[in-house]
Design a protein around this ligand. Structure first.
Ligand code: NAD
Length: 316
């Protein structure tokens, strides 16, 4: 039987690197379409040893390229994006054209029998209404350009007659060949290791987190159960990782002794994220993210420590 083919746009990114390896291990052929925005060729090039891996260097805004590439695949996972509120603020035009417009183009080109799984962020929950307990029926009210364009991407796909499975991701943690130290979980570990201090703004705000390996497994679950899940959006986070920034920082400090915690009196959380997210719908569908925060803190501490050893100026 021939292998199924998955196209992962943004496959050389933080999540993409882990997902690409996961699906190759599962016996899929994986095509990774990425413009290597962060010059992260080092992260993906060892995969050239695997004949089931193909790298397509290009831009998801290149319609002619999408028209050539997309028909060759059974499954599409569009990860390519300008990710996070600060990055989007710095690159507003790229954010609109990559996060929203390229998804509209992709939707026009794909066919109804190609399965599609899309990662949105859950960062739009409760931001304006102040609703604390959120499930998939809670309106998404994104504040940042990042959140707005990702939600526009989700809307395009949910209104499409071609279907798709949407995952609304919590904030991800865990190591990847393309490491993102800007993620809030990771920056706490970096600060604990380099400054022996974590400074929290609005530390009482509760967020939801999820381990990177659990995200890859959830997407694999979505492929296996596509017919049952098609057309729906699912929160993807860990229930035991609905936690305030203060409590997460305390766990990091427990793991890295000598770390002191401080509250920033002036700085405010740009995303206004303060919510308790229900992951019941995905659990009822049959998948649960189970990796603990403690496991993630230990893993990220080991990973960041290696990066620090290679950087005598600790300027990471
Ligand atoms: N990491 C998280 O916590 C998180 C949470 C919710 C949703 N997501 C979503 O998951 C996806 C991946 O996020 P990530 O954390 O891996 O970020 P990332 O920045 O590491 O990955 C994005 C990838 O897209 C590529 N890219 C950017 N612009 C491109 C373009 N024009 N053409 C082709 N490739 C392009 C980049 O080179 C990079 O490899 C994004 O869609 C993001 O919105 C991530």
């Amino acid at each position: 039987m021939s292998k199924e083919r998955i196209l992962i746009t943004g496959g050389a990114g933080y999540l993409g690197n882990v997902m690409t390896r996961h699906f190759l291990d599962q016996g899929f052929q994986v095509g990774c379409l990425d413009n290597l925005l962060y010059r992260q060729d080092y992260s993906i090039f060892p995969l050239a040893a695997n004949p089931d891996f193909e790298f397509i260097h290009g831009d998801v805004r290149d319609k002619a390229l999408l028209e050539r590439v997309i028909p060759r695949y059974d499954i599409i996972i569009p990860l390519a994006a300008i990710v996070g509120a600060p990055a989007s603020k710095a690159r507003p035009v790229d954010t609109e054209t990559v996060n929203r417009d390229a998804i509209i183009t992709l939707d026009q080109i794909r066919s109804a029998n190609q399965r599609l799984l899309f990662p949105n962020t859950n960062s739009g929950y409760g931001t304006k209404s102040g609703q604390f307990e959120c499930d998939e029926n809670t309106p998404l009210e994104p504040i940042s350009l990042y959140g707005t364009t990702k939600c526009e991407g989700e809307k395009t796909l949910r209104e499409s007659s071609k279907g798709g499975v949407i995952f609304r991701l919590a904030s991800v943690f865990g190591v990847s060949p393309r490491m993102r130290l800007d993620l809030s979980f990771h920056s706490m570990v970096v600060d604990a290791l380099t400054k022996k201090a974590i400074v929290l703004s609005e530390g009482n705000f509760t967020r939801n987190y999820v381990y990177i390996g659990d995200v890859a497994q959830a997407f694999a679950f979505g492929i296996q159960n596509y017919d049952q899940m098609n057309g729906e959006a699912y929160n993807l986070g860990s229930d035991q990782a609905n936690i305030s920034k203060n409590d997460l920082a305390a766990k990091v400090a427990k793991h890295i002794p000598g770390t002191q915690l401080f509250q920033h009196e002036v700085e405010r959380d740009e995303d206004k994220r303060n919510y308790l997210v229900s992951n019941d719908k995905l659990r009822k569908a049959g998948f649960e993210a189970k990796t603990s925060l403690e496991t993630g803190i230990a893993e990220v501490t080991r990973g960041v420590s290696i990066m620090l050893k290679n950087n005598p100026h600790k300027n990471i």
